[in-house]
Design a protein around this ligand. Sequence first.
Ligand code: ZN
Length: 685
Amino acid sequence: MKKILIFVMTTICLCACGDKKSSDNSKLKTPAIADFNYKADAFADMEILRYRVPEIEKLTVQQKELLYYLNEAALQGRDILYDQNGKYNLCIRRTLEAVYINFDGDKNSEEFKAFETYLKRVWVSNGIHHHYGNHKFTPEFSQDFFINEIKKLPETAFAKTGLQADALISTIVPIIFNPEIAATRLNQASGVDLITTSASNYYENISQKEVEDFYNKMKNPNDETPVSYGLNSKLIKENGKIFEKIYKVDGLYSEAIKKTVYWLEKAAAVAENEQQKSVIEKLVSYYKSGDLREFDEYSVLWVVDTSSHIDFINGFIETYGDPMGMKASWEANVNFKNLEASKRTEIISGNAQWFEDNSPTDKQFKKEKVKGIAAKVINVSILGGDSYPSTPIGINLPNSNWIRAAHGSKSVTIENITEAYDQASHGNGFAEEFVWSNVELDLMNKYKFQTDNLHTDLHECLGHGSGKLLPGVDPDALQAYGAAIEEARADLFGLYFIADPKIVELGLLTNNDAFKAEYYLYFMNGLLTQQTRIELGKNIEEAHMRNRQLIARWVFEKSADDKAVELKKRDGKTFVVINDYKKVRQRIGELLAEIQRIKSTGDFAAARNIIETYAVKLDPVLHKEIIERYAKLNIAPYKGFVNPVYTPIFDENNKFIDLEIDYTENFVEQHLRYSRDYSNLPSFN
Ligand code: ZN
C-alpha cells in the first residue's frame, strides 16, 4: 500500500483553539508560479526540483510555531534510513562528504566530477543503492583516486566514521567498488533467499526461512487486532539465538529517536487542539516504549484527527524496503490542508459508499459500510527520511488492515509537489515523442493535470480503502507480491471510476472525454515509457511499476483480437493506440474484480502467477527502443526535491514570534547542512 497522511475533509475552520489571526508579514509570501525557480539541480538520472509552500503565510503564529517544531522533528531521523538501507551507508556517506569538503585539487577534472555525481546519488538514495531500482551504483571515479583522497584527510575529518584510515579503506572500498558485494538492496526475484541476497539492513545473519518461522510463531490467527509484527525492529541471530532489536529511545537508533522526541514534545506544547496534542504525545510515548500496541493506539488517534489544519507523518511506516514487506523505513513529512483543492476530495469521500457499491468486484469482497475515508489535498512544508528527496504524491494511511477496517484511513494528495512536477515538465518534448497523434496530445494538454490529480485522489481516497479480506485471511498472505497487488487494486479502482459518468455528474471532471487523457497516459506509461526507468537487461522490481505494467499488459493482451488497445509502429517507432475506450474500461473492471478476489482470499498462487506473467519482464527489443528514444530527449527519469529553509524568529523573551522561509538553498548545500546539523547516529548501529 502507499500510505500516509492527513487532514480533514469536512470543516474549513483553521483550528479549534489558539490565535486565529494570521500574521501578514512578507517573509512568508509565496512567490507566483511564473516567478518561481522550480529547477534546483540535475545529474545522472535525476532532476532535483524545488516546491513552493502556498498559503503558509495564512497560518497563525501558533500554527507557524507548531509547523516549525514538527519540521525539525522530521529531519532528525535522516541517519536512520541510511542505516536501514545498508549497514555501511553512514560510514560511506561520511567518508564521501569528508573527501568532498576537503578536496583541494582540480574540481573540473573528470574524476572529481564523477565523484561528486556519485555522492549526489548517495544523497538521493539515502545510501549506495538506487532508490527506485535498488541496484548498487557503479562509481565512475577510480579506486585509486578515492583511496588517495582518504589518505590525505586529516584524522578529524573522518572521526565520525569511528575508523582509522586503513581500516576505513579496507572496510568501504570493496563495498563501493566490487560489483559482486551487496549488488542489490532489495531482491524480489523468486526462488532465492530474499533476505541473504538483499543488502538492506533489516536482518542480520539469518535466513528467510528463519525469519518466516520467527514471525509465524508470533502470529495468532484468532487475533482480530494484530499488531504489525516486526515493523519497528531489526531481526538478528547471534550465538544461535534469534531476537529483535527494537527501534526506540534506549534501543536501536536511540540517539536519533531522542532528538525527534525532543522536537515532538515542543510541538505537543503548541498543538492546535487537545486531540492533536494527544496524537503527538502518543507518538512520543511509542517512541519511548517501542511497543507496537502503542503504535496502533497512535495510528487510531491520528486517523480520527480530521479537524486539525496542520498534520504530519513521523515514524516507521512503509515496508517497501524490506524484501519480506514487514519492517518499516523511517519517514516524515509535515503538511497543512490546501483548502480550495480539498473540495474535490471531499466530494469523492462524501460519495465513497456509492463507489464501493458500484465497483465491479464480487459482492462478498465489498465493504458493507465504507468508514471514515478522510480525504484532503495538502501542501507539504518539509520532506524527511524515506520521503526525501524523492516523495510520493499521494498517501493513504495507516497501513494496518484492522485499523483501516475499524477506523478508516486518511488519504491525501500533495498538490504543491504535483505542481512542481507539472511545471518542470513543460516543453521537454516527451509527449511529442511518445504520443500517437494530435488527438491524444490535445486531450492531454487539456485535461492531464486535472485527470492526473483526480486519479491520484481516487487511488488514495477510495482504492486503498475499498474492499475487505474474507474472515481468517492472513493480511500477509501474498507476501512479496502483496505490495504490487495492493497498488494494482487502488490504481484499477481509480481507472475504472474516472471513466464513469458519475464523475462528471459530481463536477469532478468537466467533460465526458476527459478521462481519455488519463487512460492514454496510463497505457503509454505502463506499456512503454516507464521502461525508461529500468536498465537494459533488468526486470521490474518496484511495486508501483509492477502494478502499472500488470494493468497495461493484461488489458493489452486481452485486446489481441479486437485491438481495443494496440501497439502500432510508425517510422520504426512504437506507439500506444487506444481504439475503443469503452472496451478498455470494461477490461479494467474485469481485472479489478480478479485482483480484489486475489487480495480478499489471500490467493498467493494467483498473485504470483499474474505478476510473474504480466508485471516483471520486459521485451528487450522494445525496451531498447524506448530507452534510445528517451535518451535523445535528455530528460531525467527521476525527480527529487530540496526543502525550503525555515528560520524561526524569537523575541527577547525567547518567545516564538514568526517564521521565515527561504527557497534558494541548493541540493549540495542542503545535504552538507543536514549532515552537519541532523546527523545523530554512530556510523555502525
Ligand atoms: Zn497506492
